[in-house]
Design a binder for this molecule. Structure first.
Ligand code: ADP
Length: 340
């Protein structure tokens, strides 16, 4: 199955991932948009600095590509403290975590991506580390069992998740602040694209930036991927200048239609249409479109829902009348009437 899409998290080649790194904001002043997240964060930073204390533990929630990792990196740059990055699935045993925690310097930022996928055993070790900067673990079993305690340097845990609801209440309550990332406005995306274009040493016309922003689903990662593809074409066909014609051609090469739908989006809508508009459970839909459930729920569906093409109902996913029309089909008569 064809998987190449500007949206596919794993479609990025190694070179593209390196490029993505090069485009990341280096500090808070370069981090654009997300004012609702940045304003309280700046306040916390000033207050913590005044008290000469590390920042409180932070939980970043939001869809993939909205800048959670970038913001953790910018925070580390801002505080001048070391950043240690890992992810929930990478920490399989308590021992892995103890190794990382014991090496943290005072004020370090420990970033755990996909924190909702942390195994329960590891999560429980984190509780003491978060509350008291101390880890306790039982060594040996039965009558020989001993409780060992390890004091840690005060650090800041930054957890990132696309699924806040999957975190247990005791874990969630240990984060001093929950910061919710929202999709970016087109204006903010235009700003991000302009910065990225200048880093890539490419000329980007305003009309082209507007078009790219409109098709970026409110997500800087998508905006930067579309930009890189447009840059390749511009380099070959337009002396490196991205104008509206180059963007239109890029969209057509990527098979992105006028509604901004990509192949996987259309496949999802078509699968629902084939099931008479649904409802279809996430598992079934994932099997039919050959995507994994998380990618379907976190990457594709939010955009289709925001555009009003798909609904999540307790019975499953349902195609709306606009969803039928988006793939050139007429909604069934009953649905058509109830929607009008
Ligand atoms: P997440 O961790 O939420 O999945 P990332 O931080 O990895 O998202 O962001 C993906 C890419 O998007 C980054 O490499 C960066 O180039 C770009 N990006 C994200 N947020 C911003 C922002 N606010 N300003 C500029 N670029 C951003």
């Amino acid at each position: 199955m064809e998987k190449d899409s500007a949206l596919q998290p794993d479609a990025a080649s190694r070179g593209e991932r390196d490029d993505e790194r090069g485009l990341q904001p280096r500090d808070l002043s370069e981090f654009q948009g997300q004012e609702a997240v940045l304003a309280p964060l700046r306040l916390m930073l000033r207050a913590a600095k005044g008290r000469d204390e590390p920042l409180e533990h932070l939980l970043f929630t939001g869809l993939p590509g909205l800048g959670k990792t970038s913001l953790a990196m910018a925070l580390a740059a801002e505080t001048g403290k070391p950043l240690r990055m890992t992810s929930g699935p990478a920490l399989t045993r308590g021992k892995d975590l103890v190794g990382i925690l014991s090496q943290l310097e005072r004020g370090s930022i420990l970033f755990i991506d996909e924190i909702h996928r942390l195994p329960t055993e590891v999560e429980e070790y984190l509780y003491g580390a978060m509350d008291r900067f101390q880890i306790e673990w039982t060594f040996d079993q039965g009558v020989h069992a001993r409780l060992l305690k390890l004091d840690l340097q005060a650090f800041t845990l930054v957890g990132a998740t696309t699924r806040e609801a999957l975190l247990t209440p005791p874990f969630r309550s240990r984060f001093g602040h929950h910061l919710r990332f929202e999709p970016y406005s087109n204006e903010a995306l235009i700003g991000i694209l302009a910065r990225s274009a200048s880093l890539l040493q490419t000329k980007l016309e305003l009309a082209a930036a507007q078009q790219l922003a409109e098709h970026s689903r409110g997500t800087p990662r998508v905006a930067n991927r579309l930009l890189r593809r447009a840059r390749d074409l511009a380099q070959l066909e337009n002396q490196g200048c991205i104008d509206a014609a180059i963007v239109t051609k890029t969209f057509s090469l990527l098979d992105i239609d006028t509604l901004g739908l990509e192949r996987p989006d259309r496949r999802i809508l078509q699968a629902l249409a084939d099931a008479q508009g649904g409802p279809l459970g996430l598992k079934n839909l994932a099997v039919v479109v050959e995507e994994d459930e998380d990618t379907l729920a976190d990457v594709y569906e939010p955009f289709l829902i925001r555009r009003g093409f798909l609904l999540r109902t307790p019975q499953g996913r349902v195609l709306t009348p606009s969803g039928w029309r988006a793939i050139g089909l007429n909604p069934p008569a009953a649905q058509h009437e109830s929607a009008s």
